[in-house]
Ligand binder design. Structure first.
Ligand code: PLP
Length: 386
């Protein structure tokens, strides 16, 4: 299906709502029936019917159809956060006594789920270097059920070879799942590489305006139905209809935003690569990246994230650098319109925060929708203080 058809037509039965161009926000919890038989039918298939908004809401349903099509999946569910989608995808695969193989640096709260939460229910895990297929295979045990990937991750951008991982998972009878937030379906569609389940923090690029928190899970009709009937309906982390309408609006410009962000980021990264204050640059589509060939093969773009290790004499200098930046906001969540900077100096050991093991001169940037020359001016000016 053409991207334009997905974003402008799919799921939008406009003749059912006065030919309105924008879908209505069906702000209702409950749906009523005039026929007893219809009511009974809806009760027996809540995923397809409109019975109650914790199950299926028409505004949310339009969004689900578009997201599934964007990922080339048969069906999709949306959740009240990315973490809710990740948790549902993982919990659905395991029971007590099972084991998960997971890449070593997934999103921090995904890591926390595996390390701090699932052991309470007797579910074990092994973290592996996902850049090494041999390590992944060596970690698989008879009780392994799930291979969990994140390619690239959002700090150091390590990749996994998706086709090879999908083949490996099939060979050992594991479900494969990937967090695809970093690339968005515009730059990478893992289901086409044979991965079973794709999850997203839709908070990032999919909504793209920093005003909604949501999660997405895509997969086969059968897998999505099973997750709907278990984790989705029992844990209840739904996306409200009004938020779904905002995300539908955000999606209209997804390809435009991704293209702009990707282009601006490449421009800034190319300049930084030659900058004397940059000791090391982490960006998957830079020719100096150790996984450049793989990145080129499986990603058509890299989005707005990159990290730097800067040549700074001291942590104090790094702090001065952050204070000098005027046009990058100090904030965690990326994928919106606004460019960001995430410092690591002085951010270790905050209780309750899973701390990544990164040096103090490490910094992550996110390039948003602003004029890249305007951003470069600011960056260049701040680098001078180092
Ligand atoms: C932000 C993020 C999440 C969590 O999503 P929320 O919407 O904040 O719950 C999961 N994975 C990745 C890669 C993320 O960046």
């Amino acid at each position: 299906m053409h991207l334009s058809e997905i974003l402008n037509q799919l799921g939008e039965n406009r003749d059912r709502y006065f030919n309105a161009v924008s879908p209505p926000v069906i702000q209702t919890s409950n749906f009523a029936f005039s026929e007893l038989d219809d009511f009974r039918r809806a009760m027996s298939d809540e995923l397809a019917a409109h019975l109650y908004t914790r199950g299926n809401n028409p505004t949310v349903h339009i969004l689900r159809q578009k997201l599934a099509a964007l990922e080339g999946a048969e069906d999709a569910l949306v959740f009240g956060s990315g973490v809710a989608a990740v948790s549902a995808a993982i919990l659905a695969q395991v029971r007590s006594g099972d084991h998960i193989v997971c890449v070593r640096s997934p999103y921090s709260w995904t890591k926390s789920l595996l390390m701090n939460y699932l052991p309470r229910f007797g579910v074990e895990h092994t973290f592996v270097d996902g850049t090494d297929l041999g390590q992944i295979e060596a970690a698989i045990r008879p009780n392994t059920r799930l291979l969990y990937l994140e390619s690239p991750n959002s700090l150091t951008f390590e990749l996994q070879d998706l086709e090879a991982c999908a083949r490996l998972a099939k060979r050992y009878g594991l479900v494969s799942c990937i967090d695809n937030s970093h690339c968005s379906p515009i730059f990478q569609q893992p289901i086409r590489s044979g991965i079973d389940l794709v999850v997203h923090s839709g908070t990032k690029y999919l909504n793209g305006h920093s005003d909604v928190v949501l999660g997405v899970l895509c997969g086969s009709r059968e897998m999505v139905k099973r997750i709907f009937e278990t984790e989705y309906m029992t844990l209840g982390a739904i996306l409200p209809p009004h938020d779904a309408a905002l995300v539908l609006r955000g999606l209209r410009t997804l390809p435009l935003r991704m293209e702009r962000i990707d282009r601006s980021t490449r421009m800034i990264v190319e300049r930084l690569e030659r900058h004397p204050k940059v000791e090391r640059l982490h960006y998957p589509l830079s020719p100096s990246s150790p996984q450049y060939e793989l990145a080129r093969r499986q990603m058509s773009g890299a989005g707005g994230l990159f990290s730097l290790e800067l040549r700074a004499d001291s942590p104090e200098r790094m702090e001065a650098f952050f204070r000098r930046l005027q046009r990058f906001l100090l904030a965690v969540s990326w994928g919106g319109h606004e460019s960001l900077v995430l410092p690591f100096v002085g951010f270790y050991g905050i209780p309750g925060r899973p701390a990544p093991e990164l040096p103090w001169n490490f910094v992550r940037f996110y390039i948003g929708l602003e004029d890249p020359e305007w951003l470069w001016e600011d960056l260049q000016n701040a680098l001078e203080i180092l």
